[in-house]
Design a protein around this ligand. Structure first.
Ligand code: NAD
Ligand code: TDX
Length: 370
């Protein structure tokens, strides 16, 4: 009886090549996919942002194959495609932090633009060798961002799939270029691609260079909470597991050549976000309350986009997606996760991390005008 069940599960199992699967969103996606019975081949270069500890739960799982390598390496990608014959490639791999792209844009062009071109082109060559059902069902999914659409004023409606691209940072420009290449491979070669453009994610395993984990960790350590500019920039926050479910749904049911916006429908100013984190910490980590006293306004990010908001009605209406978490429930889970993962936090505090914190914050004098 056991073998019958095992056989049925394997017959339905799909193999996915995931890139960047040791990063924040990628590792959440890998855990979700393996948990739902898929086999995942996980290609990650393990830059400062890649962390195998994120995958601890599936360390020796037979359906998870980890390969250290870059998306720009045609040989490695070609060999993985030929050996494992995945039904889909999901490209998370990227340099993802806007502030780092301001300090050093070249890595962003190399990985996000050239790297995406290389893996896309290798996938095209592979796809052309496929026949019948394998060729029809193959998908390349590009994980992109709302930042490619530029910045909104306070009263503009959220970004739609038709909103023209208008990237403002080296990060968003490199992601925009990659998205254009993906689109061009559909129109020129008929390659079955999909693109998702998502708003700001938060949740377990996010590297503490981004707003939410940085604020949680600084608050726990009694360090200042550096709010850029006037703190009134707006982001649309989505819990990471909701994003991963959206990607799985787009893979399964999305129409090739289409793009799908994914968002939290949960717009908050940065100050509101920091304030909620402080309130939760005052309750769960009373020793250093009130955490609000740690807020410090600092010099703004150059070219700082004022507001992002996503209109995700296409994804909801066409594919039936729905967020499970509200910001209130998601942020509480997230703060609790960091509080209960002290060892993960300790291991993140590498020399590289401290160097980055110095690079980004030492020159930002406290901004008395805000
Ligand atoms: P992350 O920085 O946490 O992880 C990136 C991962 O990619 C790391 O594991 C890193 O080692 C790996 N990587 C970097 N260069 C590579 C290369 N050349 N080859 C293979 N692997 C490489 O990023 P994240 O926040 O998880 O974002 C994942 C994707 O989602 C990115 O494409 C990003 O643009 C997109 N995105 C992120 C957000 C967000 O809020 N974090 C929102 C929308 C879209
Ligand atoms: O110390 C900080 N202080 C601060 O005020 C940091 C790190 C950020 N901020 C502000 C800048 C932004 O307005 O908080 C907001 C969020 O900043 P980040 O966490 O750096 O995210 P953002 O720049 O909005 O980009 C994120 O969302 C879209 C991800 O990093 C991208 O990968 C994703 O594509």
């Amino acid at each position: 009886m056991y073998f019958v069940v095992e056989h049925q599960e394997k017959a339905l199992q799909q193999t996915i090549l995931v890139t960047g699967g040791a990063g924040f969103i990628g590792s959440n996606f890998v855990l979700q996919s393996v948990g739902s019975g898929d086999r995942v081949i996980n290609l990650d270069k393990l830059t400062y942002a890649g962390n195998l500890e994120n995958l601890q739960q599936i360390r020796s799982h037979p359906d998870h194959v980890f390969v250290r390598g870059g998306i720009e390496d045609n040989d490695v990608v070609g060999q993985l495609l030929a050996k494992f014959r995945p039904t889909a490639v999901v490209n998370f791999a990227a340099e993802s932090h806007v502030d780092r792209s301001i300090h050093g844009p070249e890595e962003f062009v190399l990985t996000n633009l050239l790297g995406t071109f290389r893996i896309l082109d290798t996938c095209l060559k592979h796809w052309r060798t496929l026949k019948g059902q394998a060729r029809d069902s193959f998908r390349f999914l590009q994980v992109s961002t709302d930042e490619v659409y530029g910045s909104l004023s306070a009263d503009e409606p959220g970004f739609r799939e038709q909103t023209p691209y208008s990237p403002n940072s080296p990060y968003s420009a490199s992601k925009a270029g990659a998205d254009h290449l993906v689109r061009a491979y559909f129109h020129t070669y008929g390659m079955p691609v999909l693109t998702t453009n998502c708003s700001n994610n938060y949740g377990p395993f996010q590297f503490p260079e981004k707003l939410i984990p940085l604020m949680i960790l600084n608050a726990l350590e009694g360090r200042s909470l550096p709010v850029y500019g006037d703190g009134l920039n707006v982001r649309d926050w989505l819990y990471v597991e909701d994003h991963c479910e959206a990607i799985a749904l787009v893979l399964e049911k999305g129409r090739p050549g289409e793009t799908y916006n994914v968002g939290g429908e949960s717009e908050k100013t940065n100050l509101e976000v920091v304030d909620v984190i402080c309130t939760i910490l005052d309750e769960l980590h009373v020793v250093s309350a009130p955490h609000r006293n740690l807020i410090q306004y600092v010099q703004d990010r150059p070219g700082h986009d004022r507001r992002y908001a996503i209109d995700c009605s296409k994804l909801k209406q066409e594919l039936g997606w729905q967020q499970r978490e509200t910001f209130a429930t998601g942020i509480r889970k997230t703060v609790a996760w960091y509080l209960s993962h002290q060892q993960w936090i300790k291991n993140i505090h590498s020399a590289e991390y401290r160097k980055w914190i110095d690079t980004n914050y030492a020159g930002r004098n406290a901004n008395c005008e805000a």
